[in-house]
Design a protein. Structure first.
Length: 201
């Protein structure tokens, strides 16, 4: 089955694919997309700790020495750089794996998630398209491609892809929420409200 572990919007995602070559610390800048290569604890401003899972895609907020400031699931804090790799390095490793396992739709979805986090929406849409071609029942590919279409302001395509995800997994709230966002952006408020209500049921 084609499924990633957690699907939110562009940043704050977790991937099924685990980076296999170990952490590689690098020089990061604010705005860089990075991928966690281990389960890690970030230190919150009050000194408490919050878990960030292996495979999470986050954007760097600030850099201070060997620490990066990031936000995960609504919480912001410091994390040691040796827990992450750049999204580009992750994609290099993922592309090698895709070459070995080109028919694994989940790998293509994961590639799309990282590409979207890097701002490469066309490449993300292409990755999701490959996943759908390999597995036409891959709801994760449809919902994430819908998010990418929405980011490009192609709302009709976003609505269509989220509708297909709903058809495939009717109990999943995320495509209802994302389709509601697209309807709202188009000014179709009644349809947006109906989708948002369905998302919270």
């Amino acid at each position: 089955m084609c499924r990633t572990r957690l699907l939110l919007k562009v940043v704050g995602l977790a991937l099924c694919f685990a980076f296999t070559n170990g952490p590689v610390s690098g020089a990061y800048n604010p705005g860089d997309a990075v991928v966690l290569v281990t389960d890690a604890e970030m230190t919150l401003p009050d000194g408490a700790a919050a878990s960030v899972p292996n495979g999470a895609i986050v954007k760097v907020g600030r850099v201070e020495g060997e620490r990066i400031w990031l936000t995960w699931n609504g919480k912001s804090g410091w994390l040691d750089q040796d827990n992450v790799i750049s999204a580009e390095s992750f994609m290099d490793d993922l592309n090698e794996r895709i070459e070995r396992e080109p028919k694994d739709a989940t790998l293509w979805v994961d590639g799309g998630l990282v590409r979207a986090a890097m701002g490469q929406l066309e490449k993300a849409i292409e990755n999701y398209g490959w996943a759908i071609e390999l597995d036409p029942n891959c709801a994760d590919a449809y919902v994430n491609r819908g998010v990418a279409w929405g980011e490009k302001r192609e709302y009709d395509k976003a609505i269509a892809d989220c509708g297909k995800a709903i058809e495939l997994r009717p109990a999943w709230s995320l495509p209802y929420n994302n389709r509601g966002n697209a309807h709202q952006a188009k000014g179709e408020y009644d349809k947006a409200i109906a989708d948002f209500e369905k998302a919270i049921q």
